[in-house]
Design a protein around this ligand. Structure first.
Ligand SMILES: *Cc1c(COP(=O)(O)O)cnc(C)c1O
Length: 403
């Protein structure tokens, strides 16, 4: 095989489709978020970031930065090992306690990323329970899908957020088989939210476990930032709540929260937990400070919701259609990969606005979009400049009618 030619051919086909991925080379500015420097060739220009998953700006919060500096100076750079072999730092222990408390669960388990927590936990649970069937929402994140696939357990994909389809599938299964209903709370691309209570009722009725990915909700929703389940008073109904420390909490890492026995089981059996060096103590300390702060402070959450509402209202006034949902994610549909990229490039080059085009395979073909994530740090001026720039681009490209 001509290896190089094979790689190049594939890349060329991505370019043809207009979905070749170009990473924006950014330098984030602590204290100035959402402002950043964008480097392109020899140039470095200031841009306003409109697509960060650092939803609350916790990545630059003084308490988080201070906790990380302090732990770095006290403990050094790396954790020094896997959790089992010299890599459990006291900060990891404190962080797992804090996460368990956040979700009202007896225990929690820390992973190196949210991706790993989904992959490792679902693959372990589904492969180890004899005869297990996984009922997986059709819009689940790649990390859940890959974990479930790796388990080789029977999988039933139910229609997105559809309790009737889930009910039908559960009813058709052998009541004695173990079952996991796996879904998310906030879906990050459409911003819609699962009927968590109904899914829990169905799971209970059919003796199934529930596994909820709250990655796009932790820190952002609920009186203490425990997510949509906390906001709706449902945390106790879920068997497993999975989350990330990288989005609302602004650092990096992932976790599950659940019963003592379940967390101990995953701790003892999951390859993706066992055979990897634990996160640096400074990372754990930063995440710990972030969770503690957001448990006590609702200011960020309130301001966040207000900014989202303001952006939506101003888009409406400018006649720019956006997908309605109950969450903080503001998708503006474009429906074509190449056009989506053109708009994104124009916003960056002419208006200093950075929003990444979202293309297949992240979303289905034909639903390409711009996905805006306002944060508490986006000012009225930032919002006005974004909406005016979009309006200009929309009229130049003749998109008003489509909107
Ligand atoms: C981002 C994401 C993950 C992975 O979390 P990381 O901490 O970034 O690895 C898991 N689930 C969903 C729904 C996500 O969007």
């Amino acid at each position: 095989m001509k290896y190089e030619a094979f790689f190049e051919r594939h890349i060329e086909s991505l370019r043809q489709e207009g979905r070749y991925r170009v990473f924006a080379d950014l330098e984030r500015k602590a204290g100035a978020f959402p402002q950043a420097l964008h480097r392109h060739g020899a140039q470095a220009r200031p841009v306003t970031v409109w697509c960060s998953n650092d939803y609350l700006g916790m990545g630059q919060h003084p308490l988080v930065i201070e906790a990380m500096h302090e732990a770095l100076n006290r403990c050094g750079a790396g954790a020094g090992g896997t959790r089992n072999i010299s890599g459990t730092n006291h900060t990891h222990v404190l962080l797992e306690r804090e996460i368990a408390d956040l979700h009202g669960k007896p225990a929690a388990l820390l992973f190196n990323s949210g991706y790993m927590s989904n992959w490792a936990t679902l693959s372990t649970l589904a492969s180890r329970m004899p005869g297990c069937v996984v009922l997986s929402d059709a819009s689940n994140h790649a990390s859940m899908i890959e974990g479930i696939r790796h388990s080789r357990a029977e999988t039933q994909v139910f229609a997105h957020n559809d309790p009737d389809d889930l009910a039908r599938r559960l009813a058709a299964l052998d009541p004695h088989r173990p079952k996991i209903v796996a879904f998310e709370s906030v879906y990050s691309m459409d911003g819609d939210i699962a009927p968590i209570e109904t899914f829990c009722d169905l799971a209970d009725e059919h003796g199934a476990m529930t596994y909820l990915d709250e990655v796009h909700a932790v820190g952002l929703y609920g009186p203490r930032g425990g997510g949509i389940a906390e906001a709706r008073g449902l945390s106790h109904r879920l068997t497993v709540i999975e989350g990330t420390l990288a989005k609302g909490f602004g650092v990096v890492g992932g976790y599950i929260a659940g019963s003592e026995a379940l967390c101990d089981f995953v701790r003892s059996c999951a390859s993706g937990f066992i055979f990897t060096t634990s996160v640096p103590p400074a990372i754990a300390a930063g995440a710990l400070a972030s969770i503690r702060h957001l448990k006590a402070s609702g200011v960020e959450r309130e301001r966040h919701q207000e900014r989202v509402a303001t952006l939506r209202a101003r888009l409406d006034r400018a006649g720019i259609a956006h997908l309605a949902n109950e969450s903080h994610i503001v998708p503006v549909m474009v429906g074509d990969a190449a056009l989506c990229k053109t708009i994104s490039d124009t916003l960056m080059e002419r208006f200093g606005i950075y929003v990444q085009p979202i293309n297949y395979p992240t979303v289905p073909r034909g639903t390409e979009r711009l996905r805006f994530t306002p944060t508490p740090m986006h000012t009225d001026d930032d919002i006005d400049h974004l909406v005016a720039s979009l309006a200009t681009v929309w009229s130049e490209l003749g998109m008003r009618e489509a909107a």
